[in-house]
Write a new protein. Structure first.
Length: 124
């Protein structure tokens, strides 16, 4: 049974004992974050946007990495995020080496995705 002080450890252990791959939902699909520390390789060849699951439905502290795969054009991911206290709603990735790592945090009773690190991905 998970208790409040064990949630992060339990999520980490689950990630270490199972596949950490999150399925790319494809054109216009929603990326379902079902494992903390998961990695979703997004196929940019179809050139259609995705939506990242709402942070309201995910426990605080869950992390996800989005990676551009394929050789297609710009890939846009819609999401509810914050950068330096400013609202952001889109992640743009346009090369096969672009990635972004996000975490769900609740700040002042509002849950959002926050950027932990990125390479080439642009939020706006």
């Amino acid at each position: 049974m998970a208790t409040g002080h064990r949630i992060h450890t339990d999520l980490h252990n689950a990630a270490m004992s199972a596949s950490n791959t999150i399925k790319d939902p494809g054109s216009a699909g929603t990326i379902k974050v079902d494992i903390s520390g998961g990695i979703c390789h997004l196929d940019s060849d179809d050139g259609v946007a995705r939506t990242l699951q709402s942070p309201l439905t995910i426990p605080e502290g869950v992390e996800v990495t989005l990676v551009t795969a394929g050789t297609g054009g710009t890939l846009d991911v819609a999401y509810d995020g914050k950068v330096a206290a400013s609202d952001t709603t889109s992640i743009q990735m346009d090369t096969a080496t672009d990635w972004i790592r996000l975490i769900v945090l609740e700040v002042n009773t509002v849950k959002d995705w926050y950027t932990l690190a990125s390479n080439g991905a642009v939020t706006s």
